[in-house]
Design a binder for this molecule. Structure first.
Ligand code: PDD
Length: 285
């Protein structure tokens, strides 16, 4: 495995950021995680668009254009020379005074971190994972909007710790009004009577690129799909559940709070969508 870090256009094996970078001090940064197929980036346009939306959401000016990102990402992937790559793009507020006011930060720091792709064990895709509904609520949209992918993930870190304590692989979080939202680094879907449901963006979730692709795919393949607001009780009659995200892609969920969902195996709609998604990745240019 080779890791290469591109820091403002210079590639290093190891890179360091200042202890006075506000990304480090306050989580004042934005980021994206991008995957590859045949070591070529997937959905890069969408990730760069979201990176810019996130930066706008925290009033951060990204000093480079998309062409620069495309070139530098390709160059870093090439030098890292892995079979498949995990790419993390981070733009921090940069170095400033040791004070929460970002006005002393004049140069954002742009990192492109490339390493060997992370993969989840096959058994998890075959058997599904265990989710726990945690007491930690997803950030309110009016506090730190989950639609902005900032480097401040403490909300999700706390949810992940709680899920681990509950013996689950990951957490399912509710918003402050008690509605379903998402997991710590993925979006959430459930299926009931052949109908696919997923929390709407206004519940306070990240507009996942995989989520969007799955929604489009479901429409194209003629599966009924509904985005909406649901309380936790809506899951009592769910036949299937799954998560979506760049790295896990579609991950079946077969236990919720220790209770088996359906027959305890990934359900038929989940499996069909997993197949469609793999085919779609194979067809990406
Ligand atoms: N996470 N929700 C949250 C809170 C996320 O952090 C992510 C992505 C998603 C799924 O979005 P997408 O399909 O665009 O990857 C949903 C990345 C993978 C991460 O932080 O590692």
């Amino acid at each position: 495995m080779t890791t290469c870090i591109n820091i403002n256009g210079t590639i290093e094996d190891e890179a360091f950021v200042s202890v006075l970078d506000h990304g480090f001090l306050f989580g004042d940064s934005v980021y994206e995680v991008v995957g590859t197929r045949q070591n070529k980036t997937c959905f890069l346009i969408e990730h760069l668009q979201r990176l810019r939306r996130s930066a706008n959401g925290i009033s951060l000016n990204i000093p480079f254009d998309d062409e620069w990102f495309r070139r530098e990402i390709e160059r870093t992937i090439e030098i890292a020379d892995n079979q498949e790559s995990y790419i993390r793009i981070v733009v921090t507020r940069g170095v400033g005074d040791i004070d929460i006011d970002p006005s002393s930060c004049h140069s954002p720091c742009t990192l492109i971190f490339v390493t060997e792709a992370h993969t989840y064990p096959v058994e998890l895709y075959e058997n599904g994972i265990h989710l726990a509904v945690v007491s930690i609520k997803r950030n309110s949209k009016d506090a730190l909007n989950p639609g902005i992918k900032t480097g401040n993930y403490l909300n999700n870190v706390l949810a992940k710790i709680e899920a681990g304590r509950l013996g689950a692989h990951d957490a399912l979080m509710l918003n402050p009004s008690g509605q379903l939202t998402e997991s710590t680094t993925s979006n959430f879907f459930f299926v009931q009577d052949g109908r696919i449901m997923t929390p709407s963006l206004d519940c306070g979730i990240l507009a996942g690129i995989t989520r969007d692709t799955v929604i489009q795919m479901a429409h194209e393949k003629g599966f009924p799909l509904e985005e909406g607001r649901w309380p936790i009780e809506a899951l009592e009659k769910a036949d299937e559940m799954f998560l979506t995200g760049t790295i896990k892609q579609l991950m079946p969920v077969t236990r919720l709070d220790g209770k088996t969902i359906g027959d305890g195996k990934p359900g038929p709609i989940t499996r069909r969508l997993m197949n469609f998604y793999q085919n779609l990745l194979d067809r990406l240019e």
